[in-house]
Structure formats: structure tokens, C-alpha cells
Design a protein around this ligand. Sequence first.
Ligand SMILES: Nc1nc2c(ncn2[C@@H]2O[C@H](COP(=O)(O)OP(=O)(O)OP(=O)(O)O)[C@@H](O)[C@H]2O)c(=O)[nH]1
Ligand SMILES: C[S@@+](CC[C@H](N)C(=O)[O-])C[C@H]1O[C@@H](n2cnc3c(N)ncnc32)[C@H](O)[C@@H]1O
Ligand code: SF4
Ligand code: SF4
Length: 397
Amino acid sequence: MTVQLGMPSPRGPAGGGPRPEGPRQSRGGRPELEGLQDRYGRVATDLRLSLTDKCNLRCTYCMPAEGLPWLAKDAVLTAEEIVRLVRIGVRDLGVRELRLTGGEPLVRADVVEIVAALRAEHPELPIALTTNGVGLDRKAEALKAAGLTRLNVSLDTLHPEAFAELTRRPVLDRVLAGIEAADAAGLGPIKVNAVLMPGVNDADAPELLAWCLERGYELRFIEQMPLDADHGWTRNGMITAAEIRDLLGTRFRLTPDPRARDGAPAERFEVRALPAGQDVSGDASGGGGDDGTGAAGAEQAGPVLGTVGIIASVTEPFCADCRRTRITAEGKVMSCLFSHEETDLRPLLRSGAPDADVAARWQDAMWAKPKAHGMDHTGLGAADFVQPDRTMSAIGG
Ligand SMILES: Nc1nc2c(ncn2[C@@H]2O[C@H](COP(=O)(O)OP(=O)(O)OP(=O)(O)O)[C@@H](O)[C@H]2O)c(=O)[nH]1
Ligand SMILES: C[S@@+](CC[C@H](N)C(=O)[O-])C[C@H]1O[C@@H](n2cnc3c(N)ncnc32)[C@H](O)[C@@H]1O
Ligand code: SF4
Ligand code: SF4
């Protein structure tokens, strides 16, 4: 059951703009805030905005085979509404980074126009897009010309049968063509996202890493989270970060990346080849002799080939440093991926309310952000964890 948060706020200054200086007043039980603060001292500066709930793939960990009932066309935010929300976020609320996601953002016909309009207003804003890569070969150059900064593409395996099993669509070639086109268009550094599913593509992990390293792409493995439509996720049935490090350790030596993590979901590792004779890829016994991340032996393992990231939302959560605020395709703020509360900004956007009211309601939503995993503690799969009604595709991953 989803709770709708947020009552219309008292009218702010007409036309929006920075909130006037003045005595700090309590508003609806929360203090007057600067930006998108929450009760736990975190400040959201990273906006993840969903362009659509629709998708042309049906990844088993995200969508059901039959798809979902899509939002009606007039329920989805228009390009103008999106541009206005980003304006409010950047100008008034401290947003410093934008990611366009979905659903599949490339299925939105005006995606290039949206990027161009955002870029025209925000010359310096990093604007990234996360895509499944289908159709990217035809859009990459236009996205670059419109001002997109960079791209993350999801690719779980290089094997056509496993790809078709995971995504329920036989379109691996199209995704590979999309990644190549994006790289050629200058949308790098390309990051590749992979979810490992036991018995389907987990054994492909070292091969996928080798493929990415050869091309200069940064691969990140994402622990599967309970955000699938089929509610098929189980804590014991998912591949953990530790298992991913072991899998990669059959072929590579991983050592912690010395660069600061800086609130990013991905923990990064530098990757080196194992010394000759230690490569046991395909052998589950593990080649590193440890958890695959030991610094010992790194110096004998040759030069750094690149980096790999592991996004361990389940077993090594990073909620304490969370800087993300999300807006769904129909204009609801979700303060956390696992929120049960949603704050609808669309009625304000469509009723002529000033920017300051929209900003205030967005702040209300973020003030109520749960501590972690939609609760007051971490624990995906814990007894008191309740999977949100929305799938990853409907939230905006
Ligand atoms: N639990 C959790 N997972 C997240 C969050 N943000 C991103 N992720 C996971 O990380 C995956 C990859 O996210 P991307 O869209 O590629 O972006 P990113 O890793 O945040 O961005 P960059 O590294 O800056 O490119 C998402 O699909 C989620 O599975 C978050 O706030 N909470
Ligand atoms: C929801 S998709 C949206 C963008 C685009 N359709 C794509 O697949 O890249 C964003 C990311 O969420 C990831 N994702 C989807 N469902 C997930 C789940 N249950 N657990 C972890 N990651 C998931 C996907 O692998 C993808 O990298
Ligand atoms: S992960 Fe992305 S590509 Fe796969 S079904 Fe979900 S939204 Fe679509
Ligand atoms: S689960 Fe929620 S609080 Fe934790 S990192 Fe993700 S969005 Fe942030």
C-alpha cells in the first residue's frame, strides 16, 4: 500500500527563485531547510529522473514477462515539466548531478529534445543517462550533440542465449551495436551495469569483465535487489558482492581503488591479471587464494588493466552516504528506492503553483527520507522489510 505524502504548501514567492532570507520557521513539523536535507543529516544533490515507465525489454529481475500496465500518456511528465523540475532542483535545491533513467529512457520519442533543453539551461550540469542500449546505435550521436555528458548501459552477459533468457528478448547484437556507437560518439567513459543471476550468467562474470577492460569500459556488478515484479527475489538466491569478488578472483586480482568513493553506490577495485599459472577461470575454487581483493601479490600481478565496481546494496549497503533523490515518470518524489511514501509534484506543476511551492513539497518529501532500505535500519530481506509496490522500472533505477 503506497502512502501519498505532502499537502499543498502555503504560497511562496511568485515565480520561485531562491527563498528569501528571514527567520527560520518550522514548516509542517520540519525545520526550514536549505536544499534537500533529511532527518539523518544527508543532503541529496544527485537527481535521478525517470523519463518513462515503459520498456522494450523484460528483464526477469525487474519486469514481468507480460509487461506492466503503462502510465497513460497524459500522466507522464511533459518535456516542459521535466525541464521545470530540473530548474527548481538545480537553482533552488542544490542538485548538482542529473541522471535520466526509466523504464527505458530511449523509448521516449523526445529524449533528445529533453536533453537539449536541459543542456540549454544548465551548461555545466553533468547529465548522464542509463539505458539498456536498444536503439542507442541510432540515437548516440544526436544525444551527444544535444549535450548528454555520458552513458551507462546495462549488459548482463555476452552470450545470446543467456541474454535472451535474462531480458526475454533476443537483442544482444543491438545492445552491443549501441554501446559501440555511444563510445564512438564520445559518450564515454562508458559504464556497463550487470546483474548476475545464479545459473544464468554468474559464470560469465570474468569474461564480461575482460571484454569491458579490453574496450576501456567500466563494468559494475549490481547485487540483485527485491524490486522485481514477480517478487522472486530471495536473500539466499542472489549473488552477493563477496561471491562476485570470488568469481572475478578466478581470473583477476582486485585491489581497492585508492580514489575516494564519494557517496557513489559502486565500490571500485583496480583490476590486474593474475600472475601466469594462477588463472583458474571456469574453476569455482578461486584463483586469488583469498577473497580476490587482497593487496598482497598485486605488485606481482602486472599493470592495472582498468577498474571494476560492485554495487552491493544488499550485503554492503551505502545508505549512510546516500545523496539521491528520485522523481518518477509521473512526477512523484521517491526519497529512497524502497520508499513506501510518494510525494506527488504533478498536481502543483499542473495547477499553476509557483516554483517555491514545488520546491517546498520536494523538500518535505526528502525530509521524510527513511534511514535505509525504506526503514529505520538496513536489511533487504529482513523480517520487517516490505518490498515496495513499484518495480525498479516504475521507480527509475
Ligand atoms: N540501493 C540503491 N541502489 C542504487 C542507488 N542508486 C543506484 N543504485 C544501483 O546502482 C545501479 C547503477 O546505477 P546507474 O544508473 O548506473 O548510476 P550510478 O552508478 O549511480 O552512477 P555513476 O557511477 O555516477 O555513473 C542502479 O541501477 C541501482 O541498481 C541507490 O540510491 N540505492
Ligand atoms: C531500471 S533500469 C532503467 C534503465 C534502463 N532500462 C537499463 O536497464 O539500464 C536501471 C538499472 O537497474 C538495474 N536493475 C533493475 N532491476 C534491478 C534489481 N531488481 N536489482 C538490481 N538492479 C536492478 C538494471 O540492471 C539497470 O542497470
Ligand atoms: S532493467 Fe531496464 S531494460 Fe531491464 S526491464 Fe528493467 S527497465 Fe527494462
Ligand atoms: S536504499 Fe535508499 S537510502 Fe539506501 S542508498 Fe538506496 S536510495 Fe539511498
